[in-house]
Design a protein around this ligand. Structure first.
Ligand SMILES: [Ca+2]
Length: 271
């Protein structure tokens, strides 16, 4: 009788211990989850195209590297050097007919709608000021994190219907190719861009990085590239990048502990 009571007491203690582990783990997960959500913005150097400062336009764009001139492009035929296909510009004064009403800061980027015209930035990229990478943008794709790129876009007046602009998050493979992990094709229509004075946000979302992904631990790259001939230009501003911890690891842990707890209860339940 005494031995049976002792056994019952130990069984009850075991159930309490399992419940305590489950609850403590759950609480720890929730604390960790809440403490990280919303606190993971990644700074993008010159993501708002505020430098170099200009009162009109400047084809130099700090911190961003321009795509190389493609073989098909003939500056004489188009009347612009390849370098002139993108640059920073100053917003006009409030009240002006072409004033952008939600420009972040005072400047933004213009990009001609010429195929392959664009800019990119990663750990190994350069800008107009030096051929040596500054390594200022050093974020990497961390396992268990998902990534969100948000960019303000304006389609310029007269852009051809269907002209596109590609936003991408990439890594460099072993051959130094820029390989998109996620991309969004922004396609112009008069309906989706009813004016050229207000930025619309577009996003690229990369789901939680897995340990086996080729980009796990690799430096993050951002690219903004015109996809087709559009007979006009795009404006770009306020490039934002954030990382969000994948909650499924906590959910899986809680699910696993909950399963163990239930199994243990069933094991000790009298027949
Ligand atoms: Ca800006």
């Amino acid at each position: 009788m005494h031995a049976q009571n002792t056994s019952c007491a130990l069984s009850a203690l075991g159930r309490c211990w399992s419940a305590a582990v489950f609850l403590i783990s759950g609480a720890a997960c929730l604390v960790a989850w809440n403490s990280t959500v919303g606190a993971a913005d990644i700074a993008v150097p010159n993501g708002s195209f505020e430098t170099p400062g200009t009162s009109f336009v400047d084809t130099r764009v700090n911190s961003w590297q321009k795509t190389p001139q493609p073989a098909w492009y003939d500056p004489a035929a188009f009347g612009y050097t390849w370098d002139q296909t993108s640059g920073v510009f100053a917003n006009t004064a409030p009240g002006a007919v072409d004033h952008i009403d939600n420009c972040d800061g005072n400047q933004a980027l213009f990009l001609f709608a010429f195929p392959q015209a664009g800019l990119f930035q990663d750990y190994a990229s350069t800008d107009w000021s030096s051929s040596t990478p500054s390594h200022a943008f050093d974020a990497v794709f961390e396992v268990g994190m998902s990534y969100r790129l948000t960019v303000g876009i304006i389609g310029g007046p007269g852009l051809a219907e269907g002209a596109d602009l590609v936003l991408g998050l990439y890594y460099r493979d072993s051959l130094n190719n820029l390989v998109n992990v996620g991309a969004t094709d922004v396609r112009y229509s008069a309906a989706s861009f009813p004016n050229s004075t207000h930025f619309n946000d577009y996003e690229v979302v990369v789901p939680a990085v897995q340990a086996g992904d080729a980009w796990a631990g690799q430096h993050i790259g951002i690219q903004i590239t015109a996809g087709s001939m559009g007979n006009s230009y795009w404006d770009v501003d306020n490039v934002r990048l954030s990382q969000v911890p994948e909650p499924s690891s906590c959910v899986l842990l809680l699910g696993g502990l909950g399963g163990l707890w239930l199994a243990r209860r069933r094991f000790h339940r009298p027949a």
